[in-house]
Design a protein around this ligand. Structure first.
Ligand code: SF4
Length: 338
């Protein structure tokens, strides 16, 4: 335990030498809920029917309304994501253009492996590409992601590098890898110049192979973050937690994570788990930028960058989202006073 405490203290020190003592929430913005690959053993989308006729894509208005909420409450966009092949590429390009117009900044994309010509086309809208590495133990990777080999991800990283596009990756802990595999992560990050990593703990999803498995303990998650921080002092590290893991935030931040993601903020905004995330940030000595708990009305949204009809649709979706957040908050008040 002493070694562990020492590791966390070292990682925290490295973090504070390279970043301010702040943290924030990053939202993964999804545009679809099904995927052509459909067989990664941990994934919610593997429990859904495969993509057919691009039929499970959210409306552009709904996606843009969520972007506006992110800006309003100070949540950053971790990446824009969706199932592989869920949307035709020209549509995706148009969607990215709208998202960046409304967001006022470029975004990271996590949409499976994409080719050089697509990266070139969307370069004006993206910070970089996120490779869905998921697991750095090759054997485990083959088993867990049978139709998503690592080679095309590595090729995408190489091509992105040639185009001057930044690289990020995802890693899910608890799939069967061990601490011994950290050297594989280190080599991969060094070889492809990874600047950002999304480090999640397994969330066992009903209907998947991992349904009955346990998520990794917070100390294990923190160990990987701390090693990554110490070896890559300036890398952006995002830790993924679910609403049941709000009490993990403090140790994960002390281990050197920059930000928190995966918290289901639209459903849990202002509820006790959201307060817990902010409290945990404070315990880790970080100021929480943005809010998961303080509701402020949203007025005068400027959508003049969008076509008129889309403006109307976005306002309608925004109204629905805000009503739903307010309803949750009211339910909370009732249950507190009951
Ligand atoms: S490719 Fe991505 S979205 Fe598709 S099943 Fe695998 S993890 Fe899920």
């Amino acid at each position: 335990m002493e070694d562990f405490d020492e590791l966390i203290n070292t990682a925290n020190k490295v973090y504070l030498e390279n970043f301010p003592p702040t943290t924030y929430f990053e939202r993964a913005l999804f545009y679809s809920w099904s995927c052509q690959i459909n067989d990664c053993k941990f994934c919610y989308m593997s429990t859904k029917p495969p993509v057919k006729d691009f039929n499970s894509v959210r409306t552009v208005a709904s996606i843009l309304a969520e972007v506006i909420l992110c800006k309003h409450f100070g949540w950053k966009l971790g990446f824009v994501s969706g199932g592989v092949g869920a949307i035709p590429l020209p549509k995706l390009e148009e969607l990215l253009k709208y998202i960046t117009l409304v967001y006022g900044d470029k975004v990271w994309i996590n949409i499976g492996t994409v080719g050089k010509s697509f990266m070139e086309r969307v370069k004006p809208y993206i910070h970089g590409v996120v490779g869905t590495v998921e697991c750095v133990n090759e054997k485990v990777h083959e088993f867990v992601c049978p139709s998503k080999p690592l080679l095309p991800v590595k090729r995408m990283f190489e091509q992105a590098k040639e185009l001057g596009i930044r690289r990020a990756m995802t890693l899910i802990l608890g799939l069967g890898e061990t601490k011994e595999d950290f050297s594989n992560l280190k080599n991969l990050m060094e070889e492809y110049g990874i600047e950002k990593i999304h480090l999640y703990g397994l969330n066992p999803v009903k209907g998947t192979f991992f349904e009955e498995k346990s998520p990794p303990p917070k100390e294990y998650h923190a160990w990987w973050i701390a090693q990554t921080r110490i070896n890559f002092p300036t890398c952006q590290i995002e830790c993924g937690i679910w609403s049941t893991k709000a009490d993990h935030v403090s140790i994960l931040l002390k281990a050197g994570a920059n930000s928190v993601s995966k918290f289901p903020v639209l459903k849990r905004f202002g509820l006790k788990e959201a307060f817990e995330v902010e409290k945990q940030a404070e315990e880790a000595g970080r100021t929480f930028e943005g809010t998961l708990t303080k509701y402020t009305p949203l007025t005068n949204v400027d959508l003049s960058c969008l076509p008129e009809q889309l403006q109307v649709q976005v306002r309608e979706k925004l109204r629905i989202y805000l009503n739903s957040i307010e309803r949750n908050l009211n339910k909370q008040k009732i249950s507190i006073s009951a």
